[in-house]
Ligand binder design. Structure first.
Ligand SMILES: *[C@@H]1O[C@H](CO)[C@@H](O)[C@H](O)[C@H]1NC(C)=O
Ligand SMILES: *[C@@H]1O[C@H](CO)[C@@H](O)[C@H](O)[C@H]1NC(C)=O
Ligand SMILES: *[C@@H]1O[C@H](CO)[C@@H](O)[C@H](O)[C@H]1NC(C)=O
Length: 594
């Protein structure tokens, strides 16, 4: 490493014209940044398929904020010094996205004593869900097992670093409300075992070690060291549980939203900006939400009238829940119905709105775990692994048939599958290809991951179903509105809780009166909003932005507006911040609308 760096410095001094072109400079800073990212976030490196850091865990500490920020500021300075004047559209987009990524982190530094001091909550992390940590690690060679044991040995240290952060949160008065914490002690209890070979952390040593290439004479030693490490983890879990109950929860924030923190309103504004990748104030987001709730409510009322249903919106959805004809009891039939929707109804209509659709496969499969009703997982760029739409078939009757169209459009085509195959075909630099889609508690001090673009597109895809005539009866249309209304309510409620002094009950009641969900589900939802300020606003705002840009282009181009070209520009750059998307569309309008 050291020598390679020296050599590059030396060479670039000798040959500035060749190695020093602006585009090469950008790529070389991006590569250096990426190496640093992987080294600094070993768990994330593992997820990207880079296994060089599999023996380590990320370090946490109040004293680490500054060196990390210094490092990122260093990259940012170098990128800012690049002359982007001669960049083509693609290079310019990349330059702007890279700068945005670094700038977002540096902007977040100001808020280092806020959200990011609270790494433990009921939605994520090793207390809520250690399965992911285990399942994303490779277990083939002896080195894989040795590395994993080192990671296990380091978990108690990571927990102790978490506690240091949480003590600082207490000191600053910037803690979570205990709706984010109440479930955690119980979650920890689920992880505690007397026999360490029953721990989730031990499963690889049962499932994979025997079949691995590891020599038999070292297997016993490996198992013994794993057991010792897991004994240490159990100790760390007990200690964390006691810390949360005795030290943290009595100091939980007493306001529902983060507006109770020091400069909490400013922090929430920063969280919103981070998640939206746009400059919008809480008031603007709140008002947008109210408008959308009103608009969708009107459409629902009209549709219910057309159906001849005279009750309220929640009564309509209760009727749907109770009426057997809107539910399917056979897993097999449910899966066939999704296949029909996707292959026979949605796919044949895509060429009305899209061109040059990459030829990469989609599979529809049973979900191997008990998650949401449906989820999408990207495939590979070479098509060797298809994109997969996973359907939860454990309780097929839970899915109302009126919701299937919008869900299918959202997850597959023209939604996440279509989005993903365009992005996979775009050959993006690593820092854009892989985003650290975890540690949701950290924003605004975190590198961005573009939920507003990704989920905005998903919701926009549900809307496209209307243009394509895919909601072909009023019940299915109500299913679509129900799904849209849910995202619209989030704008009102999230800003309400964190900025406009709403209570938890007020938020739950607001959604209960307008959506298809039960009180219990909504309480869980609202607790999520309180835990991840601003995150839930990304979906609806992203969709509205895409619609707004499309309308802007339509007006500028007039009768020569080509919706297929618009969609290509939105999709072919892969995930981008919305303000960069806006610039791309504005450039297109400027250069080509005459
Ligand atoms: C919730 O937080 C308060 C601080 O406002 C604390 O005193 C209380 O004990 C916590 N409640 C529970 C159930 O732990
Ligand atoms: C929908 O209809 C209900 C009942 O008639 C009414 O109270 C509500 O204001 C209507 N909502 C909208 C958005 O028009
Ligand atoms: C916020 O609401 C609470 C009641 O839930 C009230 O006691 C408090 O005064 C309100 N704060 C502001 C700033 O309006």
């Amino acid at each position: 490493m050291f020598h390679v760096n020296l050599l590059l410095v030396f060479l670039s001094g000798l040959l500035p014209k060749i190695l020093g072109s602006a585009a090469d400079d950008l790529i070389s800073i991006e590569n250096e940044f990426w190496e640093w990212r992987l080294d600094d976030s070993p768990e994330f490196a593992t997820l990207t398929g880079d296994f060089r850091h599999n023996d380590r865990l990320r370090q946490f500490g109040v004293d680490l904020f500054k060196p990390r920020n210094d490092k990122v500021e260093g990259f940012l300075k170098r990128v800012n010094a690049i002359d982007a004047n001669d960049f083509n559209q693609k290079q310019l987009a990349d330059y702007l996205i890279f700068k945005d990524s670094l700038q977002t982190y540096v902007d977040g530094y100001k808020w280092r004593l806020h959200n990011t001091l609270n790494p433990v909550n009921f939605l994520e992390g090793l207390t809520a869900n250690p399965d992911h940590f285990v399942n994303t690690t490779p277990f083939v060679s002896r080195g894989d097992f040795e590395n994993f044991i080192e990671r296990l040995q380091n978990i108690p240290k990571q927990f102790s670093q978490y506690k240091d952060l949480m003590r600082e949160a207490i000191k600053q008065g910037n803690t979570n409300n205990n709706v984010s914490m109440n479930a955690v002690p119980g979650q920890i209890d689920e992880r505690l075992v007397d026999d360490v070979t029953k721990s989730i952390y031990y499963t690889p040593f049962i499932t994979f070690l025997d079949e691995s290439s590891v020599p038999d004479n070292v297997k016993t030693g490996i198992r013994g060291r794993a057991q010792t490490a897991i004994t240490g983890i159990m100790e760390a879990y007990r200690d964390m549980k006691s810390f949360i109950q005795k030290d943290y929860m009595p100091n939980a924030r007493t306001t529902w939203g983060v507006d109770g923190w020091k400069d909490g309103k400013g922090d929430y504004e920063a969280c919103l900006k981070w998640h939206l990748s746009l400059d919008m104030s809480p008031k603007q987001v709140h008002d947008k939400g109210l408008q959308e709730v009103e608009r969708i409510g009107k459409s629902m009322n009209e549709t219910m009238k057309a159906i001849g249903f005279s009750g309220s919106i929640p009564e309509f959805f209760k009727m749907i829940r109770d009426e057997p004809k809107f539910h399917i009891h056979s897993a097999e039939v449910l899966l066939r119905k999704y296949e029909d929707i996707i292959y026979n109804q949605a796919f044949p209509k895509l060429d009305q709105l899209f061109k040059d659709i990459p030829n990469l496969p989609l599979a529809i499969q049973m979900m191997p775990y008990d998650g949401a009703g449906g989820e999408y997982l990207s495939g590979t760029a070479d098509g060797s692994r298809p994109g997969v739409f996973y359907v939860n078939l454990r309780r097929p009757e839970d899915t109302a048939t009126i919701d299937m169209m919008s869900l299918a459009l959202h997850e597959t085509v023209p939604g996440h599958h279509l989005q993903s195959i365009y992005a996979l075909s775009a050959s993006l630099p690593n820092y854009r290809k892989f985003q650290e889609d975890s540690n949701y508690y950290q924003p605004p001090l975190k590198f961005p991951f573009y939920t507003a673009y990704l989920e905005g597109w998903g919701l926009y895809a549900e809307y496209l179903g209307e243009e394509l005539g895919l909601y072909d009866n009023d019940y299915i249309l109500m299913g679509r509105y129900g799904s849209e209304m849910f995202r619209a309510c989030r704008l009102v409620v999230d800003t309400g809780l964190h900025y406009f002094n709403w209570t938890r009950d007020q938020a739950v009641d607001y959604m209960l009166e307008r959506t298809a969900s039960s009180r219990t589900d909504l309480e869980h939802e609202v607790d999520r909003y309180m835990t991840w300020p601003g995150q839930a606003c990304a979906y609806k705002i992203g969709e509205l932005k895409i619609k707004e840009l499309r309308e802007r282009a339509r007006q500028a181009f007039g009768s020569s507006f080509d919706v297929k070209e618009f969609h290509s520009i939105v999709l072919e750059n892969g995930p981008v911040p919305l303000h960069v998307l806006e610039m791309l569309i504005d450039n297109w309008i400027k250069n080509e609308s005459g």
